[in-house]
Design a protein around this ligand. Structure first.
Ligand SMILES: *Cc1c(COP(=O)(O)O)cnc(C)c1O
Length: 402
């Protein structure tokens, strides 16, 4: 974009990529272009397939404000291109429904975002797509699950809600050897923690609703990768499935993204204080935060994450006690909101009971269930440490935990 100085540092790129002073007015901040259609100077074809000549035709295909956000995301992810979607789920569904056809096979993390787990368990089989759910923290399990019909491996790192990591370089090598595409949902760490494309991931997915927006006021999603792949995704998914991002949300998300590197540094520092306090608390049995030496994959976290993020999972109290504690949190917490979602400037906490989530979503059995129980016990609290003073977050939790 003319007049843009993206610089080389992440903080400069987060602010300047995808935007430039308005040539007509000199406005320093990006304009918001809400237009759903664009006046054409040439009488052209009517289909998106014929639109190559003009940059903007119809806002589901491309809108300048959304395009600005897409350029910013690509700059943060270190990829040639990015496509924005109406939500993180729309981004995941776009990748799955573009890459997978009837008769194909998907390998996916046995524990990942609930909506993704339900999509692969309930919806994809209706379209004749076979799914193997494996522990992607174990590259050997991924290799063993790949078969002749496998077209895509989908991982999430760190994974929601247990903060389990996947070794991206190892899984990318398996995907490459098998001629299979690899998608990674990197929402929990944002591009500041891990640029998945650097490890050979084809499609890097973010729920922009979380850290990238950062303020809890806009849903969005993105997929970043090589230009040819993103172009295919745009034609197949954005144009035909229609999950386009609203320009207003793109404008809000780009505003949030400008401060992402600074916010991630503060989220990490706050989470470090809260995680250490939790680890020392007598009622807390276990704490999962990638930055703690006690995290089972702390070595991998150090190698693969430049920022340990603000997401913590912890165990406190057994079955009924955990639920009762959650009820007290919902009633008594003040600074920390008892609510789903994550990555906002406000701290958020939510209880994930093992029996409930197995019934509603994960349906794990045998060794997979044993792996979940070993980590989560009867349930975990998922805490998204916000940007408040860490001492106030700790004081709020201490009122309930004692
Ligand atoms: C929230 C989330 C999603 C879904 O994103 P939405 O914007 O809510 O649709 C996908 N993956 C992860 C890891 C998430 O945390």
């Amino acid at each position: 974009m003319a007049g843009t100085n993206e610089g080389t540092g992440l903080r400069t790129r987060a602010i300047h990529a995808g935007e430039a002073p308005d040539p007509a007015t000199g406005a320093s901040a990006p304009n918001l272009a809400m237009s759903s259609t664009f006046v054409q100077r040439d009488a052209g074809g009517f289909s998106a397939h014929d639109a190559a000549g003009s940059p903007y035709v119809y806002a589901r295909w491309q809108n300048p404000t959304v395009a600005g956000l897409e350029a910013k995301i690509a700059a943060l992810e270190g990829t040639e291109a990015a496509a924005a979607y109406a939500s993180g789920m729309a981004a995941v569904a776009a990748v799955f429904l573009t890459e997978l056809s009837a008769g194909d096979h998907l390998v996916v993390s046995e524990v990942c975002y609930a909506g993704v787990t339900e999509l692969v368990r309930e919806t994809l089989p209706r379209f004749g797509i076979a799914v193997s759910r494996v522990d992607t923290a174990d590259p050997a399990a991924v290799r063993a699950a790949v078969r002749a019909e496998t077209r895509l491996i989908h991982v999430e790192t760190p994974a929601n809600p247990l903060l389990r990591l996947t070794d991206l370089a190892a899984v990318a090598a398996i995907a490459k050897a098998a001629g299979v595409r690899l998608s990674c949902d990197a929402t929990f760490g944002s591009p500041v923690a891990t640029r998945a494309a650097d490890y050979g991931v084809d499609y890097t997915i973010q729920s922009l609703t979380k850290y990238v927006c950062g303020h809890g006021d806009a849903l969005g999603g993105s997929v970043a990768g090589r230009a040819a792949l993103i172009e295919g995704l745009r034609r197949e998914a954005t144009v035909h499935q229609g999950g386009a991002l609203s320009p207003f949300n793109a404008w809000l998300i780009a505003r949030g993204a400008a401060t992402l590197p600074l916010r991630m540094a503060a989220h990490e520092a706050g989470a470090a204080e809260v995680a250490r306090w939790l680890e020392a608390h007598p009622r807390v049995e276990r704490v999962f935060w990638p930055g703690l030496a006690s995290h089972p994959q702390h070595g991998l976290a150090r190698a693969q994450m430049r920022n340990f993020s603000g997401m913590i999972a912890f165990r406190a109290g057994r079955a009924a006690e955990g639920r009762a504690l959650a009820q007290r949190m919902a009633e008594e917490l003040r600074t920390v909101h008892y609510a789903v979602s994550l990555g906002h400037h406000r701290s958020l906490i939510f209880w994930i009971g093992t029996d409930d989530v197995m019934e509603s979503t994960f349906r794990l059995e045998g060794a997979a269930l044993a792996r979940w129980r070993e980590a989560a016990g009867d349930g975990v609290f998922r805490l998204s440490v916000g940007l408040e003073d860490p001492g106030d977050i700790i004081a709020d939790l201490a009122r309930v935990l004692g």
